[in-house]
Design a protein around this ligand. Structure first.
Ligand SMILES: NC(=O)c1ccc[n+]([C@@H]2O[C@H](COP(=O)([O-])OP(=O)(O)OC[C@H]3O[C@@H](n4cnc5c(N)ncnc54)[C@H](OP(=O)(O)O)[C@@H]3O)[C@@H](O)[C@H]2O)c1
Length: 245
């Protein structure tokens, strides 16, 4: 892997995603939030409704390394349903990397679902070591799920969810892994501080395929500035800061 900007030199997923101290950048009242996405060169977020065709081994390594940098990993229910999420930190090595950076060995998982439409056999909801907050508009609870899974009844109010994560659970940094619908609500609410976007050298086409931000056009386009670019195996690994509006 080669860093191309702001300097030109060899790098690695480990170097790009360690020691970031994201929590130190948290604004008052909410966590610092980094979006992590992969897309084709024509901006598509899926091939056949999955990210699999866009993500390389190197991209997955960076994806798992970035999870070591935040107090919480957040994801929308559509993505959880499509990608069958399990425990967020996959190995003892990655848990050690988190601890080295002053974080708990496992991040809190946050799943956003208006309807509480989640498969109860989802590995993510059945790992005793994986604490999960389900942020939902529903008053129901999922049957036969352990007490490592709790609920925030914040409905569609993402600013309220972020405030509660910070105030009640001490969450100072969040890596959000989409999907495109959740991204659009987060961006509209001004809750996104960074975008990490891997560009995979494919053209996917298809008007129906989601891009990395779905839903209605943002009232004001988000304005971003480049932080870094690296290249590896043909992928471009880009990091952007969202300018305050
Ligand atoms: N390329 C990438 O990096 C990437 C990353 C992630 C996902 N993906 C792909 O994107 C697809 C899924 O995307 P998606 O846009 O359909 O799903 P999504 O954004 O993951 O989830 C959408 C769902 O999240 C809940 N939700 C979102 N915003 C909410 C809000 N403000 N309040 C309450 N609930 C909210 C709703 O859940 P309920 O429906 O349960 O009410 C909504 O239907 C999958 O095919 C996945 O593979 C790609």
């Amino acid at each position: 892997m080669q860093l191309l900007y702001p300097q030109c030199r060899p790098t690695s997923p480990q170097e790009l995603a360690s020691g970031l101290r994201l929590g130190d950048k948290a604004p008052p009242g909410r966590p610092y939030l980094v979006l992590n996405m992969v897309s084709s060169l024509d901006g598509k977020a899926t091939i056949d409704w999955r990210t699999k065709g866009l993500s390389t081994d190197l991209d997955r390594e960076l994806f798992h390394r970035l999870r070591t940098q935040a107090d919480a990993v957040m994801v929308g229910a559509g993505t959880v349903r499509a990608e069958r999420y399990g425990r967020m930190t996959k190995s003892d090595e990655l848990r050690a990397a988190r601890e080295q950076d002053g974080l708990a060995p496992d991040p809190l998982a946050v799943v956003v679902t208006a309807r509480l439409d989640l498969q109860t056999d989802l590995p993510l909801l059945n790992e005793p070591e994986q604490r999960v907050v389900i942020a939902t508009g529903s008053d129901a609870t999922l049957p036969d799920i352990g007490d490592q899974v709790v609920y925030e009844r914040t409905g569609g109010d993402l600013p309220l969810l972020m405030a509660r994560l910070r105030e009640e659970r001490g969450i100072r940094s969040v890596v959000c892994e989409g999907g495109p619908t959740l991204n659009s609500y987060l961006l509209s609410a001004g809750l996104v501080d960074e975008l990490w976007l891997t560009l995979n050298p494919k053209l996917a086409g298809g008007a129906a395929a989601l891009t990395i931000v779905a839903g209605r056009a943002l009232v004001e386009p988000a304005d971003l500035e480049l932080v870094s670019i690296a290249e590896g195996g043909g992928d471009l690994f880009t990091r952007w800061r969202v300018k305050p509006s």
